[in-house]
Design a protein around this ligand. Structure first.
Ligand code: GCB
Length: 593
């Protein structure tokens, strides 16, 4: 595909350059601690398979009464069917279950007054996958990437009284996207996280990154800030540590400071958080931040200087009724189940999850692996695909880099070891390190099955080698796993980022053999037995906590779901393998003291 593939695929029919990707990590503002106006609720809605709306410019139609119109309209954005936001359209009506294409969301936005010296920002928590934003008929930009937040500045386009906001969301899978056409999770569509309006003074704090300096002293805190506007400096406060420091800003509004301070350290056992506040030019943001150091030393992962074994589980963002929509109760149940499993760690696969997940992990004391959907064989040789992937990574890092719980940025999953992939993913690793030198990088890498060895050219560029292996399931000969263990000498920590087997329970499940609960349990037992002696294996996150919906799994036991969950899709019924893993983790936890 050519460099401008994204344009070519989507813009050919329109006279407006819709695919500018102008809403990206550089237009984000920091929203922690800001009062938000929620735009949740009923929005007018229409699916638009043929993209008629972009051709006919539905966004430009003013809300005139029918009797005053001079031309017939094929759609009226101002009345008719509504859907709740946030939601995934697949979960709302059966006729939308497999719909892939554009859908229009419209709502009135009433503003009491518009102050000349205030700025207004729309923030969308996530929309799957491409989202075009219009306000009062004006195109404000588009965003690629189905799982990261984005902001559109509304300043100058809002009027006092009634305004009309329109979002066009397109979830079509294409070759150039991240992920591309083929995945093992469901292709939900829609605005499925919060939509909010923020108001700021003329000066806006765009970014705030606060962390412990990872130099082993545990006695220095660094802050990095970005401010838009003419403030010359910003003030950073950490009241519990008695810190009040002036951060000088350069001509671009950027500044950094290192402060001597000895915070109580954050860890899963002591998840201490500190209030942080930043003010600049009348603007104010706040956050609650944990301070800790994570590092790799040889084949060890160390937290605050102590070696760590990651007792984990993988999890998707998926709900049998709500699709990708999640809320605090759903996330708290997830962490409670992880606690029952004796976990200290979760892999949030295969794309950025709701930001509340990391906030709760900070509070509850769980470590997290966060990931972007560079999944399987995406278009590694397409520069537009790279820009999309890198932007998603930057948005994720900017969103979550104040979360002590997040210890790993993962740049991909099971990608073929080609030259194009190596250079694509190396650049992602470099970007992650540049934006955030305080965390480890990883990716789910490959095993060379011909040589039965962990062998992947990306491994030398990342801190932790993730390995997905399905001995006992996709690979039959369990002896090979033991041989891989003996043959490999990775010199770095390895985390078994996936392993598992399907177990269908309930009336439809078989009693024995593949897809039975019994077989799944045996796979867990043998996996544990085989991996236990490998000293460089420093953690695991078997696949997966809950059964999850996916189009490609259609056999009689699967019924449209991947059944590798330790808990069924009801998020309540535990399979027998659950206790096997919970017991192993209890043993590991106790032996570590
Ligand atoms: C994998 C993938 C994951 C799949 C899983 C499976 O290796 O990373 O996305 O769902 O295997 O169940 O096949």
């Amino acid at each position: 595909l050519a460099e401008n593939a994204l344009q070519a695929l989507h813009d050919e029919d329109y006279d407006v350059p819709f695919n500018t990707q102008s809403l990206n990590h550089s237009t984000m503002i920091f929203t922690g601690g800001r009062p938000a106006r929620s735009l949740a609720g009923e929005w007018n809605f229409c699916v638009d398979l043929l993209d008629t709306g972009l051709r006919q410019k539905w966004f430009a139609m003013r809300p005139e009464p029918a009797e005053e119109r001079v031309e017939p309209w094929d759609y009226d954005p101002y009345q008719g069917e509504t859907v709740p936001v946030p939601s995934c359209w697949q979960m709302l009506k059966e006729k939308w279950y497999f719909f892939e294409g554009s859908a229009w969301y419209t709502r009135a936005l009433d503003m009491e007054e518009i102050a000349a010296d205030r700025r207004y920002f729309l923030r969308v928590g996530a929309a799957q996958y491409d989202c075009k934003v219009f306000l009062n008929g004006v195109f404000l930009g588009n965003h690629y990437g189905g799982s990261t937040p984005f902001c559109a500045e509304l300043t100058g386009h809002l009027e006092p009284g009634r305004n009309w906001l329109m979002l066009v969301v397109n979830n079509t899978r294409t070759l150039d996207r991240v992920p591309m056409r083929n995945t093992d999770w469901f292709n939900y569509g829609g605005i499925y996280r919060e939509v909010e309006l923020f108001e700021t003074p003329a000066t806006v704090i765009r970014d705030l990154f606060v962390h412990l300096v990872p130099d082993g002293s545990y006695a220095r805190i660094r802050a990095e800030v970005a401010v838009d506007g003419d403030a010359r400096d910003a003030v950073l406060r950490l009241p519990a540590l008695g810190v009040e420091a002036v951060v000088p800003l350069d001509a671009d509004g950027r500044g950094e400071i290192v402060i001597d301070a000895q915070p109580d350290l954050w860890s899963p056992e002591t998840p201490v958080l500190h209030d942080v506040e930043l003010t600049a030019g009348g603007d104010r943001v706040a956050d609650r931040v944990g301070f800790r150091q994570i590092e790799r030393v040889g084949d060890e992962i160390r937290l605050n200087g102590r070696p760590l074994f990651l007792r984990g589980i993988s999890v998707h963002e998926d709900d049998r009724k709500a699709g990708k929509v999640t809320d605090e109760a759903d996330l708290r149940r997830r962490f409670a189940h992880a606690r029952d499993l004796n976990c200290n760690y979760l892999r949030l696969a295969h794309y950025p999850h709701h930001e509340l997940a990391a906030k709760l992990a900070d509070e509850l004391g769980f470590l997290l692996w966060e990931e972007i959907p560079v999944y399987w064989a995406i278009a590694f040789d397409n520069p537009a695909t790279y820009r999309d992937a890198e932007n998603q990574l930057c948005e994720l890092i900017k969103r979550d880099r104040n979360r002590a719980s997040v210890i790993i940025w993962s740049v991909g999953n099971e990608n073929p070891d080609t030259d194009a992939r190596l250079s694509f993913m190396r650049r992602l690793v470099e970007t992650a390190k540049r934006l955030d030198p305080t965390r480890l990088t990883s990716a789910a890498c490959l095993i060379n099955h011909a040589r039965n060895r962990i062998e992947d050219r990306l491994a030398e560029h990342i801190d932790v080698i993730g390995i997905n292996e399905y001995y006992g399931w996709y690979e039959e000969n369990f002896e090979d796993l033991a041989e891989i263990g003996r043959n490999s000498d990775p010199g770095k920590p390895v985390v078994i980022s996936e392993t598992g087997a399907d177990g269908a329970i309930g009336d439809g499940g078989p009693r024995r053999g593949l897809f039975s609960e019994d077989y799944m349990t045996k796979v867990y037992e043998r996996q544990i037995e085989t991996l236990r002696p490998l000293s460089y294996v420093k953690g695991m996150s078997p696949w997966i906590l809950y059964d999850f919906r996916v189009e490609r799994r259609q056999n009689v036991f699967q019924g449209g779901f991947n059944r590798k969950g330790l808990i069924a899709a009801d998020k309540a019924t535990k399979k027998t393998a659950f206790a096997v893993l919970a017991n192993y983790y209890a043993e590991r936890r106790d032996s570590e003291g």
